[in-house]
Design a binder for this molecule. Structure first.
Ligand SMILES: [Zn+2]
Length: 308
């Protein structure tokens, strides 16, 4: 699942690649990917909009478009964005030939120019495509189809991005702010960290890494953290996310960047899916437990469940 670093990395790539470009029109191959407005209004409204900027809020990509509109993209489990150079054609003939296969795979893409380095395998499961006026195509691919794309008037941004907590890489993510969000919470710190209304964009990988950094057991009640631990945890969240962005995100399953490349951060994680391997600090073997239905990885020696 793309988390903050993967979304931030994509936002930076998109900013370089498509700010200033104009969306000629869009095609929707799986209607439920469009969450707002309905598909026919979406297609009519998106036509001939220029991309003025690209931002990230939590795990959302936000494209500022001309006409005072914003396009939000939440990739959920397996959504990806890919940018194709000019020259690629789209083949939707499967829709008529085999409706069931079409619903799974979506359209096919082909290019007369095989030297452009795009692997057609990455182009399966396309749900929406944006045809740019300059001939390039921005594809939204999503095998599991949980992701959502929405188009909103800018003045309704608050509604479009409702329920989001503090941005962990923003100035407002202070020790005091984190302490306030944890105070009074009986729940396990791991689960509280995954609550998007507390910290926007933090997910399973980076929550495990942050807790390891701060030497805090994932099952500790959030309210039991000392002031020192809260300070370390804030540092750990920022460090884990920053490192993730530097390495182009963590790819262990579906995540790809705008050019179809996987990120490198999986080679740099300390605990996430490292169960059975020695802890880099103390040598004890990393363990895996389930917290709130999510696989959770920690060092039983560095991250003790007892506290003062
Ligand atoms: Zn350890």
């Amino acid at each position: 699942m793309p988390e903050l670093p993967e979304v931030e990395y994509t936002a930076r790539q998109l900013r370089t690649a498509i700010v200033g470009a104009t969306i000629r029109d869009a095609q929707v191959f799986w209607e439920r990917t469009i969450g707002h407005p309905d598909v026919s209004d979406f297609l009519a409204e998106i036509m001939e909009r220029s991309v003025l900027g690209v931002r990230r809020r939590g795990k959302y990509l936000v494209l500022d478009l001309s006409g005072e509109l914003i396009l939000t993209i939440h990739r959920r489990m397996t959504g990806n964005l890919l940018l194709l150079p000019p020259g690629w054609e789209i083949d939707t003939s499967l829709r008529e030939r085999d409706a069931a296969a079409w619903n799974t795979r979506g359209p096919a893409f082909y290019s007369a120019d095989e030297s452009d380095g795009v692997d057609p395998v990455e182009l399966r499961y396309c749900r929406v495509c944006f045809n740019l006026l300059d001939g390039r195509t921005l594809l939204y691919t999503d095998p599991r189809k949980f992701g959502r794309i929405e188009l909103w008037p800018r003045e309704r941004e608050r509604e479009a991005l409702a329920g989001m907590g503090v941005e962990p890489l923003g100035d407002e993510f202070t020790v005091e702010a984190l302490a306030r969000s944890l105070a009074g919470r009986k729940g396990a710190i791991k689960q509280v960290l995954l609550d998007q209304a507390v910290i926007a964009g933090l997910g399973n990988i980076y929550a495990d890494e942050a807790l390891y950094y701060a030497c805090i057991h994932p099952l500790r009640p959030a309210r039991s953290l000392s002031a020192d631990e809260v300070r370390l945890l804030r540092e750990g969240v920022v460090a884990a996310l920053t490192l993730g962005i530097e390495h182009g995100g963590t790819s262990f399953s579906e995540y790809r960047d705008l050019w179809g490349e996987g990120g490198d951060n999986y080679n740099h994680v300390r605990v996430y899916q490292q169960n059975g391997k020695p802890c880099a600090r103390c040598g004890m073997l990393i363990e895996r437990i389930v917290v709130g239905q999510r696989g959770t990885h920690f060092c039983p020696a560095c991250q003790k469940l007892t506290w003062e």
